[in-house]
Design a binder for this molecule. Structure first.
Ligand code: ADP
Ligand code: TYD
Length: 675
């Protein structure tokens, strides 16, 4: 929350200082130059200090670094409007704004790596994408929107009276005061609230190394690791494109014959898009390879800049800006997450410092250059002979940026593609629809599929047989089956995975063998029976793989799940009966039955993990599960199962009952009809 407020302050500050400067001069070229040069000044320190900052963050107490930096920024931000208030000379005002901006940027550069290095240590790895989503949304998605709205609102309030506002209450001044105070708040919270950041600053490893040495090490790492290189290249490309869009937005709005309001609208939309991309992107593309997603997002952003370049009215431009934002947001999220996951702890601090610095340099350079360029050529129009189409330099610049973006995206994609040979669009489409990539096979007929799951000796075989007996007594067709080993191939697989003589089978090979057994089982036994309308009762199914291979062998559960979905063509049971039993009870029962197989002889901890994995699966989808305490007497369990299955199976009334029912309906219909 505090970072959110503080970054809102940052964006207000950037917008305000730049607008402030361009308001001090008149003329399109001069305005462009002023806007551009303030922003350019902000980036100079990055070139000088950036390399040092990452290394410093590894050496000094991170909490104190952050606090001191924020206190400095508190003073500096406030100084800009205060100086303006007391000086009569516009030159001094603009000059101090530039100097203060320079100093603020310097301090920020020291602050960022300290923060970036501290945060991952407070967050578990597996939540990294989600954590990045949250940080990025507050930093780049929501707060700039509030910043834009904030400036507009402040402006409105200040101008609402008929009198001209006092100088200190100008909108951009108020924004700077706000910014200053948000920094003070940040300093206080970090100092008093997050003490644990301090402790992680030193691991004593680098103290003997020179700073230059440490810096070069980080730089070499980026250059030598293809994935990291591709990522950095792509992120920088995306930001260059974004920078051009921001830098030209003011002039672009004018070329649409729309005023300053349109500028803020476009600017706001861009950031809304950023938020949308970061917030919803992962949910849309689901399991798509993050490496591919990264490249595709950049291409999307680049393509959308082309839409902007060709926009003939504001609606089209707003749409383009939204897509530019979404593409850039998704690229940023996937890029940062990939970096976090692929870069080792050792170098992570410096790599992040490198990326942050480079991003700032590229972004601001693009903004500064494009706004100056467009400012110079802004009023010029190139008219293509006889066609009556006029092209402003803004649009040409956008066109170039778009093409550059697409190029960057494609080349990043090529460099880091982890699925060469898989068609891109089919892959994307398959991921959006949800895996498997091959269409799920439809079911004909309306049989009922009941699965029993549970640990060893839970009583699954006992209950499977009892249920089958009860249903057969009602005259239903029942197929009793099991995994592994229901088919001929399955039998051979079963002896491979469960045979005691089979030692050292790797977890992935084991998972694949169970999946192969399942694929054969579903295709040759389960589906045919279901399409006949039979009740199929299976002793174990997909959940066993999730529990034993996933939780037990600690393979990634979503990957095991995907494997099973692929093997079964997406066939899910109508009901899963989970017989829950403490491992010692179940294993005790199984031991009485005879020699233990490969899995039964696993440790108790293994079986504990399996048990809780089953319970978690059931808790996630309570409607599909019936969880029963398997230490209860077998008859009680059977009764509960039979009752639940009874509710599930469609009553299949004999043919003569159907005929009677139809007659009744027909008669009722006749009676109601007026004669
Ligand atoms: N509810 C129960 N209470 C006590 N013993 C049971 C119960 N259900 C089954 N058993 C016994 O436990 C042993 C293992 O049962 P079984 O149905 O083969 O389990 P699973 O197929 O889950 O390994 C068998 O000897 C069986 O008679
Ligand atoms: C179906 C399946 C079973 N298994 C394991 C669980 C069991 O230990 C074993 C199958 O045993 P099972 O046939 O259920 O024997 P029991 O009657 O002893 O319960 O295979 C997996 O690890 N993954 C799977 O996908």
């Amino acid at each position: 929350m505090v970072t959110g407020v503080a970054s809102l302050g940052d964006w207000l500050g950037l917008l305000a200082t730049a607008t402030f400067a361009s308001a001090q001069v008149s003329g399109s070229a001069a305005k462009g130059l002023a806007f551009g040069s303030v922003i350019a000044v902000r980036l100079l320190p990055a070139l000088v200090l950036g390399p040092v900052a990452g290394v410093m963050a590894d050496r000094f107490d991170r909490r104190l670094t952050m606090v001191i930096c924020d206190l400095l920024r508190f003073v500096l931000f406030a100084s800009i409007p205060v100086v303006a208030l007391f000086s009569e000379n516009a030159g001094i005002t603009v000059g101090w704004a530039a100097i203060a901006t320079f100093l603020i940027e310097t301090v920020t550069l020291l602050w960022i790596p300290a923060k970036e290095a501290a945060v991952p240590n407070l967050i578990p790895r597996s939540r990294l994408e989600t954590a990045n989503q949250l940080t990025l949304i507050t930093t780049y998605g929501i707060t700039p929107v509030f910043a834009g709205l904030g400036i507009a609102a402040l402006d409105r309030i200040v101008r609402s009276g008929n009198t001209t506002p006092p100088e200190w209450a100008e909108a951009s001044n108020l924004a700077l005061y706000f910014n200053s105070l948000s920094r003070l708040a940040m300093a206080l919270v970090v100092y008093f609230g997050i003490k644990e950041i301090s402790g992680r600053a030193h691991d004593g490893k680098h103290t003997g190394q020179s700073m230059l040495r440490q810096f070069l090490e980080g730089w070499q790492y980026v250059g030598k690791t293809p994935l990291v290189r591709g990522l950095v290249f792509g992120i920088l490309g995306a930001f260059a494109g974004g920078g051009v869009v921001i830098g030209t937005a003011q002039f672009f709005a004018r070329s649409l014959n729309a005023g300053d309001a349109a500028f803020y609208l476009l600017f706001g939309t861009l950031f809304v898009g950023l938020g949308v991309g970061i917030g919803l992107g992962p949910a849309v593309v689901r399991d798509l390879s993050r490496r591919r997603w990264f490249g595709m997002s950049i291409v999307l952003a680049g393509g959308s800049v082309l839409v902007l370049a060709g926009a003939i009215h504001l609606t089209m431009a707003v749409f383009g800006a939204l897509l530019v934002g979404a593409g850039a947001g998704m690229a940023f999220l996937s890029g940062v997450t990939l970096l976090g996951g692929e870069v080792g702890d050792e170098v992570r601090g410096r790599v992040f410092a490198f990326v942050q610095t480079a991003v700032r340099v590229v972004l601001m350079l693009a903004i500064a250059l494009s706004s100056s360029l467009v400012g110079l050529g802004g009023s010029r129009q190139i008219t293509i002979a006889d066609l009556g189409i006029s092209i402003s330099s803004t649009r040409l610049l956008l066109l170039a940026a778009g093409i550059f973006g697409i190029f960057t995206g494609i080349s990043a994609f090529r460099q880091m593609d982890d699925k060469p040979g898989v068609p891109v669009l089919a892959d994307l489409w398959g991921s959006i629809r949800g895996r498997p990539l091959s269409p799920g096979e439809g079911l004909v007929g309306r049989g009922t599929f009941v699965v029993f799951e549970g640990g060893e000796g839970a009583g699954k075989s006992t209950q499977v047989n009892a249920l089958a007996e009860a249903l057969r007594a009602e005259g239903r067709e029942v197929v009793v089956t099991r995994e592994p080993g229901a088919t001929e191939v399955g039998q051979r697989i079963r002896s491979l995975v469960l045979g005691k003589q089979q030692t050292g089978l790797s977890p992935r090979a084991e998972a694949l063998l169970y999946a192969a057994d399942r694929a054969d089982h579903v295709a040759t036994v389960v589906r045919p029976a279901l399409s006949r309308g039979a009740v199929v009762i299976s002793d174990r199914y997909v959940d066993s793989s999730l529990a034993y291979q996933g939780a037990g062998r600690t393979l990634p559960v979503d990957e095991v799940s995907w494997l099973s979905t692929w093997a079964t063509g997406g066939l899910k049971p109508d009901l899963v009966v989970l017989l829950d039993v403490p491992p010692d009870v179940g294993l005790g029962r199984a031991a009485r039955r005879g020699a233990a197989d490969r899995l039964e002889s696993e440790s108790v901890a293994f079986h504990e993990r399996v048990r809780y994995a089953f319970l978690d699966l059931a808790a996630a989808e309570p409607k599909r599960y019936l969880v029963l305490d398997a230490t209860r007497p077998a008859e009680e369990i059977t009764a509960a199962v039979v009752e639940r299955v009874g509710e599930l199976i469609p009553d299949e009334p004999p043919a003569h009952e159907i005929a009677e029912a139809l007659n009744t309906v027909a008669e009722a219909d006749l009676e109601r009809r007026p004669s």
